[in-house]
Design a protein around this ligand. Structure first.
Ligand code: NAP
Length: 493
């Protein structure tokens, strides 16, 4: 099957006619489909289409825009199983997690559809008589939405839905590892009745197609999710061109387990957060910071559970962990294992590519646990994005919090404790965008802000009401009905 770009409400080939393949990471010989390798001219056509559609879309009443989103959510509900199955095939996550990804997209789409009847501004008293003061949200214009592969449906909806409800038009460049899910999302919005040109999609490599979009003069805001390295490039180019840039990038998330924790719960939380989605979540737990009194017991239980995880095709109900996304990610995880060993960390389980049985033809990597990790080691500092857990032992909550906060990232953190006082100290002092108490580091909900401190982003938050601040500009409006010139801050008597 050969898919196309979506520009001006039509499915079109790229100007060059070149294409690339989307493959199944669990069965690498399986080509799922081909998609266009777009160049600068395709990007230009998409941006121009979005610019033409903007005046009409911004004037369509927001509740009407919301109705289209609502229909899109309904279609996703009907097609949930089909989308989840395709997702497992295209990026490898196990089917129950793929269903969760689709559900998150549904949740976000309903949530933003509802915003069509809210998009609250403020009314405030004026300091002058017979004068009315209020603020309203204005759309920004043409938005570039650039997304990663690890949540191939959910993350695009985190950008596209708030952008659309706020009255913007969009050019969407999905990850090259998961273009088919992106195409399905566009098809769904088309079926829901989105007018042509309001959402456009071009597929192609980040370094060329993505960069052409970032630097296009017709794009006013770049909403980017991906690695820190790419985010830096986008940020630098955006700054040169004076564009608005919203960045969501990596994490080096930790779970803290105190001596007083419910260990059964903590083991479940660590296994789910470290090895769910094969460790390929921005919120994945890649550091376990454990208090000395329970360290040996906790680690031996985690190792036992990690060894028992069943690797294979995500379509099989018994599979716990699917493959890594691609060959370069497989190589990268292997390299970090070697780095960890060379820095003196001790490997307790895993550490290599899995090749037996179900894993023979895919990018599988064993669940891996290192102990004797010290906070400044590279495996304790750098994002690996694979099933590798680094265990750091501490003596106190203060030490745990200090280590948790001492990385270039600040996305998610968690604490397991049965002491409410320790929980509240952690809530106060963990300097990450997300904090969980007695739960793992993963599992955000769409109605709260999502994002991180330090190098995880640039101060914005997606999801919740906060997302609307990315995709709109505040306009403060003053209506003077006194019939005379009243001057603010000036004595008018
Ligand atoms: P990536 O390599 O940075 O790619 C992300 C997207 O950016 C892809 O569409 C990519 O295109 C494109 N891209 C790459 N370089 C670009 C450039 N110079 N200009 C414009 N576009 C460019 O990241 P990934 O490997 O897909 O995703 C994994 C990363 O995303 C991890 O670091 C993870 O933590 C992070 N992430 C963060 C969040 C969050 O909300 N904080 C959520 C999920 C993932 P190609 O696919 O064609 O290369």
């Amino acid at each position: 099957m050969a898919y196309k770009n979506y520009v001006d409400g039509k499915w079109v080939d790229s100007v060059t006619g070149e294409s690339f393949e989307s493959r199944n990471p669990a069965e690498t010989s399986e080509v799922i489909a081909t998609v266009p390798k777009s160049d600068r001219r395709d990007v230009d056509a998409a941006v121009q289409s979005a610019a033409r559609a903007f005046p009409g879309w911004r004037k369509l009443p927001a509740p009407r825009r919301g109705e289209i989103l609502f229909r899109a959510a309904e279609i996703m509900v009907q097609r949930k199983e089909e989308l989840a199955s395709l997702m497992t095939r295209e990026m490898g996550k196990v089917i129950k997690e793929a269903r969760g990804d689709v559900q998150e997209a549904i949740d976000m789409t309903y949530y933003m559809a509802g915003e069509g009847r809210r998009l609250f501004g403020q009314t405030v008293p004026s300091e002058l008589p017979n004068k009315f003061a209020m603020s309203v949200r204005d759309p920004i214009g043409v938005i570039a939405a650039i997304t990663p592969w690890n949540f191939p449906l959910a993350i695009p909806t985190w950008k596209v839905m708030p952008a659309l409800i706020a009255g913007n038009t969009v050019v969407f460049k999905p990850a090259s590892d998961t273009p088919i899910l992106a195409i399905k999302l566009v098809e769904i919005l088309e079926e829901a009745g989105l007018p042509g040109g309001v959402l456009n999609m071009v597929t192609g490599p980040g370094s060329s197609t993505g960069m052409a979009l970032v630097t296009h003069p017709g794009v006013q805001l770049i909403s980017f999710t991906g690695s820190r390295a790419s985010a830096n490039e986008v940020s630098i180019e955006g700054a040169h061109l004076g564009k608005r840039v919203s960045l969501e990038s990596g994490g080096k998330n930790a779970i803290i387990v105190m001596d007083d924790a419910n260990l059964d719960l903590a083991v479940d939380g660590v296994i789910w957060s470290a090895f769910g989605t094969t460790g390929q979540r921005c919120t994945a737990c890649s550091r376990l910071i454990v208090q000395r009194g329970v360290a040996d017991q906790l680690v031996s239980r985690i190792v036992e559970r990690a060894r028992a995880l069943r690797l294979g095709s995500g379509h099989l109900p018994e599979t716990d962990m699917g493959p890594l996304i691609n060959e370069s990610q497989l190589r990268r995880v292997g390299e970090y294992v070697e780095i960890a060993k060379s820095e003196g960390a001790k490997l307790l389980t895993g550490g290599q590519r899995a090749t037996g049985g179900q894993c023979a033809n895919g990018y599988f990597f064993e669940p891996t646990v290192f102990v004797d990790v010290t906070p400044r080691m590279r495996i304790a500092q750098e994002e690996i994005f694979g099933p590798v857990l680094a265990v750091i032992t501490v003596d106190s909550l203060e030490e745990a919090i200090q280590i948790n906060n001492d990385t270039q990232y600040g996305l998610s953190s968690a604490i397991f404790t049965s002491d409410v006082n320790k929980a509240y100290v952690a809530i106060r002092d963990l300097s990450t965008g997300l904090v969980y108490v007695n739960a793992g580091t993963i599992g955000a909900e769409v109605q709260l802000p999502f994002g991180g401190t330090r190098g995880t982003g640039n101060g914005h938050r997606e999801a919740g009401q906060a997302a609307l601040d990315i995709f709109s500009e505040w306009k403060s409006v003053f209506v003077d009905f006194s019939g005379k010139l009243q001057r603010a801050q000036i004595d008018n008597s």
